[in-house]
Write a protein that binds this ligand. Structure first.
Ligand SMILES: [Zn+2]
Length: 268
């Protein structure tokens, strides 16, 4: 698979599309798929609104963000909340859906120049928008965030954000500030969110997170000192949990879920 960004792509008959409506994803319940043949849907959106995001098995894969839901009367089709299905997706599906959502977000937010307010042009050779005022290219913007599992032997520290489903606890996360390294951001975020100090920061892996356009960079961090003090309004509750007595945690498909499961595996 090769990633591309093409506005108004030339499409052959076998082109496929991933459809969003108000940030929800179109699913064909009968075939259990989120990738649909473009030609079936010609009447449901303007073909000029499609943006090609990848070449997959020699087919062009596009995405579109529709303004009006004309799929309502179609049996077998539903728009679903991404957060509800991300946990059950394989890696490639996760990547493609995340990419689609982030590319749509980029296009929506790049129509006008942030410096002078004029309409931007899409420059095919760069696959990016550009304004004549400063000639800077506007590429898809990705915000880097750290996410970390804090451990203390058989215990891990998990927190509850007010946005989480009831009873669910997760690893801590936060945006990296301009001028910070990932490790500096981690130490600062943990201190700000739960008031403790960490050491022995070890990289785990990373994952795109399309809410709206993040790259989550995952680490393990060992407890060093301090007691849990909640000051950040983002976190409602945070506790040390014994590995044998964990609350509800994020699904395996998310990097938070992977960090926790990986730690459990290494300590049982
Ligand atoms: Zn401008």
């Amino acid at each position: 698979m090769k990633f591309v960004r093409q506005l108004k792509p030339k499409l052959s008959d076998d082109a496929e599309v991933i459809v969003f409506y108000q940030d929800k994803l179109l699913i064909n319940n009968k075939n259990q798929t989120f990738i649909h043949p473009c030609k079936e849907f010609n009447l449901f959106f303007d073909i000029n609104d499609l943006i090609a995001i990848a070449l997959k098995d020699n087919k062009t894969l596009c995405t579109v963000d529709i303004a009006e839901n004309l799929f309502l009367d179609l049996d077998d089709y539903d728009f679903v909340d991404l957060r509800m299905i991300l946990g059950s997706l394989d890696q490639e599906s996760f990547s493609l859906i995340g990419r689609s959502k982030m590319i749509n977000y980029w296009r929506r937010n790049s129509k006008y120049c942030g410096a002078c307010g004029k309409k931007t042009d899409f420059i095919s050779s760069e696959e990016a928008f550009q304004c004549s005022c400063n000639n800077e290219f506007i590429y898809p913007k990705i915000s880097p965030c750290i996410i970390t599992l804090i451990h203390r032997g058989d215990e891990i520290l998990l927190g509850r954000s007010k946005h989480f489903p009831k009873g669910m606890f997760s690893t801590l996360a936060g945006f990296i500030e301009p001028g910070e390294s990932c490790e500096e951001a981690l130490v600062r975020e943990v201190k700000e969110e739960v008031g403790i100090n960490v050491k022995n920061i070890k990289y785990f892996s990373s994952q795109n997170w399309p809410f709206p356009s993040q790259l989550m960079i995952g680490y393990f961090a060992e407890y060093d000192s301090g007691e849990i003090i909640l000051e950040d309004e983002e976190i409602e509750e945070a506790y040390w949990f014994n590995l044998n007595k964990l609350p509800s945690i994020p699904p395996e498909g998310s990097i938070s879920g992977l960090l926790i499961r990986s730690y459990i595996e290494d300590h049982s």
